[in-house]
Design a protein around this ligand. Structure first.
Ligand code: NAD
Length: 491
């Protein structure tokens, strides 16, 4: 992997001259390094983006931008296998999941190509005024230079969720990937270069949050900050952006509930519960990590769930048939392990997991873990763990289920499983979350809005809502020829 950053259409050494290691989480081995950028590099990158935005890019048509988005999608599709393998080496996820992510990444660029074309027709709308002497229009314009900061759980897909709408809107941008997973962001820069995206439109600066992310958020020439990551960092980002009153969108953590009523087919429910917590090793912001089961079916359902969890094939994501890879890093492994230790010390009952699988002596592996009848006030019920750890409890009836589900400071997602159509509708209304899944958990489409309430963030990504993040609305009002103001008795 190159130890360079991408600024103004050129690959260059970071100002610090330093680098950071790339560690394969399945083997704990160093497999390369990448550039450690800093505030000076951010200065150069924002200046390159500003130049591009005020140059020809800021005046491109939606159709022209759609062509670049389409071409990027095509290269990503062509290189799907290569990019997916890089994600596995960086993040640890199973190859089959990474292939899916890269397919979605290409799909996201293609979707926003469509919206870029539509934007061309819809960017000017007439405004009706009560005073006929005036004529007014609302004009949609690109916001300017966007600072994009992303986490490590879906490295290239999270980049696409921001870069694609920002390009569609006509913004120029500086992308800062996570220091744990920088490889595919650099590949995205390489692809942008390959399709001749104009210099400075997409800049990629790698490095740590404090050295690269923080100066990007507080830069006065950045007109939009889009952040995905933890609540704690989200707060820091919002504070830094507040200095220049820069608009911020935040996609933060979650502790989402999945509610299972006693009329469900148990096997179907188990499948979705598993998908909701063990997909991507549970390192999913919307993971349904709080399981609420109606009393009557708790025991048989939990038995089936534990059996299924114990059958998951755990190992190196590049090995055929693996369903659960290692956690992303030593830091994340230690963080999740510490939660498990504290839960055990509190006397919480484990149904399965809670330890490193016996057959894996290296790598940041944790067995799928399920805790039984977890008290509402315990930290594993309330806090985001971001690992393959499920906390389960029972509920009595619908009211109790809603009460328990909504008792959280997060509000990203919620899932409900029941065969009762009326109840599905009632629950969709009652659950306090940005996303409600009915009889499923986690399906994500780039056409549908994504984002949360409460501690889970501000704003929505994906769909036309995602494009809005990168647009400003300008009022253009004119006084009709031949009319008179007549206020001062002149003219
Ligand atoms: P994180 O907050 O540690 O880091 C996210 C990014 O912010 C990284 O690129 C990091 O380098 C950067 N950063 C760190 N400190 C910064 C600072 N002071 N200023 C600016 N940038 C800074 O999060 P993470 O551990 O990479 O990701 C996991 C978190 O992301 C989880 O909480 C998860 O729920 C959340 N997440 C949310 C969504 C969503 O759509 N809501 C999606 C994926 C992940």
């Amino acid at each position: 992997m190159r130890e360079e950053i991408y600024i103004g259409g050129q690959w260059c050494r970071p100002s610090s001259g330093g680098s950071l290691p790339i560690i394969n989480p399945a083997t704990e081995e160093k497999i390369g390094s990448f550039a450690a950028g800093n505030a000076e590099d951010i200065e150069r990158a924002v200046s390159a983006a500003t130049k591009a935005f005020h140059g020809s890019w800021g005046h491109t048509s939606g159709r022209e931008r759609a062509c670049f988005l389409e071409q990027i999608a095509q290269v990503i599709e062509r290189e799907q296998e290569h990019l997916a393998r890089l994600e596995v080496l960086d993040n640890g996820k199973p190859l089959a999941e990474a292939l899916w992510d890269i397919e979605d990444t290409a799909g996201c660029f293609r979707y926003y190509a469509g919206l870029a074309r539509e934007l061309e027709e819809g960017c000017v709308s007439p405004v009706e005024l009560p005073d006929p002497r005036f004529q007014s229009q609302a004009v949609r314009e690109p916001a300017g230079v966007a600072g994009l900061i992303i986490p490590w759980n879906y490295p290239m897909l999270m980049a696409a969720w921001k870069v694609a709408p920002a390009l569609a809107a006509g913004c120029a941008m500086v992308l800062k990937p996570s220091e744990l997973t920088s490889m595919t962001a650099l590949e995205l820069a390489r692809i942008a270069h390959q399709v001749h995206l104009p210099a400075g439109v997409l800049n990629v600066v790698t490095g740590t949050g404090l050295e690269v992310g923080a100066p990007l958020c507080r830069h006065q020439d950045v007109q939009k900050v889009a952040f995905t990551g933890s609540v704690e960092t989200g707060r820091a980002v919002m504070k830094a952006a507040a200095e220049n009153i820069t608009p911020v969108s935040l996609e933060l953590g979650g502790k989402s509930p999945i509610l299972v009523f006693d009329d469900v087919d148990l096997d179907t429910a188990v499948e979705w519960i598993m998908f909701g917590i063990f997909w991507n090793k549970g390192e999913v912001c919307s993971a349904t990590s709080r399981l609420l089961v109606q009393q009557g079916i708790y025991e048989p359902l939990m038995k089936k769930l534990v059996d299924a969890a114990e059958k998951l094939r755990i190992g190196d994501g590049l090995t055929e048939g693996i369903q659960l890879g290692p956690l992303v890093s030593q830091g994340q492994y230690e963080k999740v392990s510490a939660y498990l230790q504290r839960a055990k010390a509190q006397g919480l009952k484990l149904l399965t997991g809670g330890v490193r699988p016996a057959h894996l002596s290296k790598g940041y592996f944790l067995a799928p873990t399920i805790f039984d009848q977890v008290p509402e006030d315990s930290e594993i019920w309330r806090e985001e763990i971001f690992g393959p750890v499920l906390a389960a409890r029972t509920f009595e009836d619908e009211l109790d289920a809603i009460g328990q589900a909504n008792k959280s400071r997060f509000g990203l997602a919620a899932a409900v499983m029941t065969q009762d159509e009326d109840r599905l509708l009632r629950m969709a209304r009652a659950l306090r979350a940005g996303i409600v899944w009915l009889n499923c958990s986690q399906p994500t489409f780039c056409e549908a809005p994504w984002g949360g309430r409460g501690l889970s963030g501000i704003g929505r990504e994906l769909g036309p809502w995602g494009l809005e993040n990168y647009l400003e609305t300008k009022q253009v009002t004119r006084f009709r020829d031949g009319e008179k103001l007549g206020w001062y008795g002149i003219g």
